[in-house]
Ligand binder design. Structure first.
Ligand SMILES: [Zn+2]
Ligand SMILES: [Zn+2]
Length: 392
């Protein structure tokens, strides 16, 4: 099938799906309306969709069971923020699709329709996965735990993310590490409260916290190879309620980002040691909890070559580029990419020259919907070509 031509023919349908999803943004793992819409659309196309991990949706297409299985993933969740795009179909409540996951879902629905129409041609199986809980870093882990990589067993996986501020329809991919790891930590320092005039009766958690904040930064400046990109940010430090009272505890929350799993493990171990060391130095103790962790996203170079080449043939050399760019943001598709060879690409949704001025997660972000058929064609063509190539 000429997937680009067909995608252009069904463009209005893809846009309609996207606009509907845009107006029903839902958060995290709780996506009843979004999931119901996806199930209904897939049924209309002749699929037999199944629910997984609560509101996740999966379905397969392809008749040649002696070929390979490729998983195509789209995430579906929104963000807890108000939209200020001014668009007629803007979301009105307390959540909004400012990361563009509504586009991902519509793109994969478009690809699903075309893959179903060309089912006889497919040299293997495509497993479609509509994932909840990407922003909360829960979804991919839940899907894996609930068996998404089995029945049929998945040989490879592919995902994409729309990226504002890049030219509309531009596709970029990297053959190495694409997105950073992320570990959100919450450190509770426990001391002993007292009157502010009697510090000798206290174990001051604010004092511990101040020393700890500085000590954590020394891990990056003194213990990590300066050639490595590592970020350790404490973005929240809360303690106390009055200037003349020494409180019982202090809480520091922060995030660690790396591009290298060994560095990540090392720094996590050092956060633990330094925190406990600083707390005990000042006679207190500490608890460290993690709320959401994801490893860095690494692409399989061979798969990236095969699909990258296929996308260049589909869209033209000048519209598809292999780059060295990486995202310091995280992407929980990393959990799947850690288990099976994977490809990840980005799709531009409009550059400043085209009049698009805001980035992802911004309340005013606007995505050029002309990218939708291109994304759908890229998913379908990339998967079909990969199945063809690995069968030869
Ligand atoms: Zn996001
Ligand atoms: Zn996202």
């Amino acid at each position: 099938m000429d997937y680009l031509k067909r995608a252009m023919e069904i463009k209005e349908e893809i846009i309609a799906s996207r606009r509907y999803l845009h107006q029903i943004p839902e958060l995290g793992m709780e996506l009843p309306k979004t999931s119901a819409f996806v199930v209904e659309k897939l049924k209309e196309m002749g699929y037999e969709p199944k629910l997984i991990s609560g509101y996740g949706v999966t379905a397969t297409v392809g008749k040649k069971t002696d070929g390979k299985v490729i998983l195509l993933r789209a995430d579906m969740d929104a963000l807890p923020m108000e939209e200020e795009s001014g668009l007629p179909f803007a979301a009105r409540g307390k959540c909004a699709h400012t990361c563009g996951h509504d586009l991902h879902t519509a793109i994969l629905l478009g690809a699903a329709k075309m893959l179903k129409e060309s089912e006889e041609e497919l040299e293997g199986i495509v497993k479609l996965v509509f994932q909840p809980g990407e922003e909360t870093l829960e979804g991919a882990k839940a899907l894996i735990r609930d068996g998404i990589l089995e029945n049929p067993k998945v040989d490879a996986a592919m995902a994409a993310h729309v990226i504002p501020l890049l030219p509309t329809g531009f596709i970029g991919y990297n053959k190495g590490v694409v997105a950073a790891s992320a570990d959100y930590f919450i450190i509770t320092l426990k001391g002993l409260g007292s009157h502010g005039a009697c510090p000798q009766l206290s174990v001051d958690p604010i004092n511990m916290g101040v020393h700890l904040h500085l000590a954590l930064q020394e891990i990056i400046s003194r213990e990590v190879n300066p050639e490595e990109m590592v970020v350790l940010t404490v973005g929240k430090f809360q303690s106390g309620s009055a200037g003349n009272v020494i409180p019982e505890k202090a809480v520091l929350e922060g995030t660690l980002r790396t591009f290298n799993e060994e560095t990540r493990k090392f720094v996590l171990k050092r956060i633990d040691e330094v925190t406990n060391g600083v707390a005990s130095t000042f006679r207190g103790n500490a608890d460290i909890n993690y709320k959401g962790s994801v490893s860095s996203l690494k692409v399989d170079p061979e798969m990236a070559d095969i699909i990258g080449q296929a996308l260049k043939e589909l869209l033209g050399e000048k519209n598809v580029a292999q780059t060295e760019e990486r995202m310091t943001g995280s992407e929980d598709f990393a959990e799947i990419a850690a288990k099976v060879p994977s490809m990840f690409f980005v799709i531009g949704t409009g550059s400043p020259e085209e009049g698009y001025r805001y980035g992802g997660h911004h309340p005013k972000v606007v995505f050029n919907e002309e990218c939708l058929p291109i994304g759908a064609a890229a998913y379908a063509h990339g998967a079909a070509k990969w199945l063809e190539r690995v069968r030869q």
